[in-house]
Design a protein around this ligand. Structure first.
Ligand code: NAD
Ligand code: TYD
Length: 344
């Protein structure tokens, strides 16, 4: 029996990973440790709530005493850390929380892993730590070149993980994933914003010229890749996780409209994000040596994602109808409309 502490397990990828582990490893127990920020949502874990192999603890990864107590009480032997502040736009207006959770919180978890002699620590990181890559693809040994407070704080977390491995022998691995799409993604990230707006015939807000590129991967594939590294990766190593295929935002928006049979008149160009990274691209050769490759093409991943939001309005309407979301949407998007650029 292995007992995983899944920090940030009530968020988008973390909750998908909880489902994945309970399904794929019948002999494992899972303890979700989550602060339930605006992005943490018990609805994401509703269908595992009664599983005897699952437990939930509400807590902050910066709270060292509660982290230690939770590990001891539940007999945790492994930490998989998803907990983070994750939205680039929010990091531009409020960087402090990102530094606390993504850097200091990571340190607290590593310190617990060291002191309590845990078998394994895994850090879920992002391709954004490499910074924008205008040509070619990032390999794991590339220097970090962050440009937003989000990516800078994630890079700080990664460096802390490597430091704890080198200095104290903590058996830690890191994965750097590309943009995920799929069920339970909070509607502030681009795909759920576009899909749920399109369902309601509302505009799809395109930043800048819409020609920025991301490698969009299906969340289940990412979860499988994390699990492969947890079981077969080498401590001290970093693994990129993505499809290796990039898509322009405007093309992704058009695909969503086509899947929902909505008109292109819903495309609404708005002022660009400051410091907007133009392109991310991952070389995924290293993870292939562990036998993992993503199962879904971009079209399959997007189609599945759109279908999930169509079928699960109960989940996102509860979020979008709340005051906090309405206020976020109004203050973030209000008054940013610009004319359509000629090349879009
Ligand atoms: P999310 O914003 O949906 O969820 C984050 C979760 O962490 C929430 O449940 C939140 O309540 C929790 N949390 C935040 N601060 C906490 C704290 N101090 N203590 C305990 N819990 C806290 O994020 P996500 O999109 O699921 O991302 C999960 C991880 O994957 C993050 O580390 C992120 O950097 C990384 N990542 C995300 C993507 C992506 O496309 N979303 C891609 C690559 C890597
Ligand atoms: P996002 O989902 O915030 O992820 P990332 O962390 O990669 O920035 O945004 C993905 C891309 O979509 C990015 O190039 C910014 C763009 N974008 C829009 O054009 N409109 C939007 O409303 C949002 C949220 C993002």
């Amino acid at each position: 029996m292995r007992t995983l502490l899944i920090t940030g397990g009530a968020g988008f990828i973390g909750s998908n990973y909880v489902h994945y582990v309970l399904r794929e490893h019948p002999e494992y127990r899972v303890v979700v440790y989550d602060k339930l920020t605006y992005a943490g949502n018990p609805d994401n874990l509703r269908d595992v709530a009664d599983d005897p192999r699952y437990a939930f603890v509400e807590g902050d990864i910066c709270d060292a005493a509660l982290v230690r107590e939770t590990i001891a009480t539940h007999g945790v032997d492994t930490i998989v850390n998803f907990a983070a502040e994750t939205h680039v736009d929010r990091s531009l207006s409020d960087p402090g929380e990102f530094i606390m959770t993504d850097v200091y919180g990571t340190h607290v978890l590593l310190e617990a892993a060291r002191e309590l002699g845990l078998e394994r620590y895994h850090q879920v990181s992002t391709d954004e730590v490499y910074g924008q890559v205008l040509e070619g693809s990032s390999v794991e040994t590339d220097p970090l070149d962050t440009r937003s407070p989000y990516s800078a704080s994630k890079a700080g977390g990664d460096l802390m993980v490597l430091a704890y491995h080198t200095s104290f022998g903590v058996p830690a691995t890191i994965t750097r994933g590309s943009n995920n799409i799929g069920p339970y993604q909070y509607p502030e990230k681009v795909v759920p914003v576009f899909v749920t707006n399109a369902i309601d015939d509302k505009p799809l807000p395109i930043y800048g010229d819409g020609l920025q590129m991301r490698d969009y991967q299906y969340v289940e594939d990412h979860c499988e890749g994390i699990d492969v590294v947890l079981h077969h990766g080498t401590p001290g190593e970093i693994y990129n996780l993505g499809t290796g295929v990039e898509t322009r935002n405007i093309d992704m928006a058009r695909c969503i409209l086509a899947l929902l049979d909505k008109p292109e008149s819903l495309l609404q160009y708005i002022t660009d994000r400051p410091g907007h990274d133009r392109r991310y691209s991952l070389c995924v050769d290293k993870i292939r040596t562990l036998g993992w490759t993503s199962r879904h093409t971009f079209d399959q991943a997007l189609e599945r994602t759109v279908r999930w939001y169509v079928d699960n309005e109960w989940w996102w309407r509860r979020i979008k109808s709340g005051d906090a979301y309405s206020e976020y949407y109004r203050s973030h998007y209000g008054g940013r409309e610009v004319p359509r650029p000629s090349q879009g």
